[in-house]
Design a protein around this ligand. Sequence first.
Ligand SMILES: C[S@@+](CC[C@H](N)C(=O)[O-])C[C@H]1O[C@@H](n2cnc3c(N)ncnc32)[C@H](O)[C@@H]1O
Length: 328
Amino acid sequence: MNKRQEMNASSPVNSVSDRATVQQPLGLDVEVVGEHERENLEIFFAEAEERRANDVVLNCQDNLDFLREQPKEKFKLIVTSPPYNIGKSYEVQSSLDDYLANQRQVIGECIRVLHPKGSICWQVGNYTDNGEIIPLDCLLFPIFREFGLKLRNRIIWHFGHGLHCRNRLSGRYETINWWTKRNDYTWHLDPIRVPSKYPGKRHFKGPRKGELSGNPKGKNPSDVWEFPNVKSNHPEKTVHPCQFPVELVERLVLSLTDENDDVFDPYVGVGSSVVAAIKHKRNGYGCDVVEEYIAIARERVDAFYAGTLKTRPMGKPVYDPTLPNGGH
Ligand SMILES: C[S@@+](CC[C@H](N)C(=O)[O-])C[C@H]1O[C@@H](n2cnc3c(N)ncnc32)[C@H](O)[C@@H]1O
């Protein structure tokens, strides 16, 4: 039976009347008029219920406490952006040595709870000290390696907005360091392919002459990613000063996990990783020490299930002021 047939077999709506109240899973009763509207709503809510089949855990808790409560090898993907120890509102700045010692502890616990075929994606930028920049991934690289992890890609995330520097070039990228435990890790390229530059291009000589030279499903997105960072005019902007764009995490979720896998963000902020996970029928787990962020994360999850959460769609071109309408 398909969804529509199931709905007809066990409709929650009083079928005697045209005007009915649909009992729906989001805790609201919606008054509807007419058969067509009612059927559409039923399907919408059934789909919302189906999406809710995934677990969401959002705790206001220190990540080491959270991690120690988790069973080993649970998470297929651990994706996060830790504080950079640069004095943001949500962090207590410490010496670089103390910062790295804490990162080592958190990374060690993450590896314990990482599935054997799982991935860790640690997204970082620079720690700055009196005008000197110290790329955090260079300092974290030996820690991950000592734990036996293998680096699969150091993805450059390029974005258009940030501080304008006077005495050096303005920083417009950070990195996502993708580590795996083993060589047989979960990996899917097709769901994250991007349009080829020349989709109709064909081999012009050799045994495959005349055949399409590229993959008709699109090309590998490479290890340089361009996504707008979440600044004030971004549809996902909340009060958090450094949110992940959901589309960035979606690319990792789609390529590094399967449906119903567990995705965890130990510095979840306002829940962007959890939103990306549940958008694609994965379970989303996260913790953050700031109550306000966790409250917003929960609101965003509810808004997603209610169909009202705005996220920048995957594949939308980056605004280009040289093109008509910015290329949109
Ligand atoms: C760079 S932000 C991550 C933002 C997140 N990617 C998002 O999209 O909202 C780092 C977060 O780590 C949180 N944090 C700092 N120390 C923590 C700890 N010990 N345990 C859990 N979260 C922590 C901060 O409150 C902050 O929200």
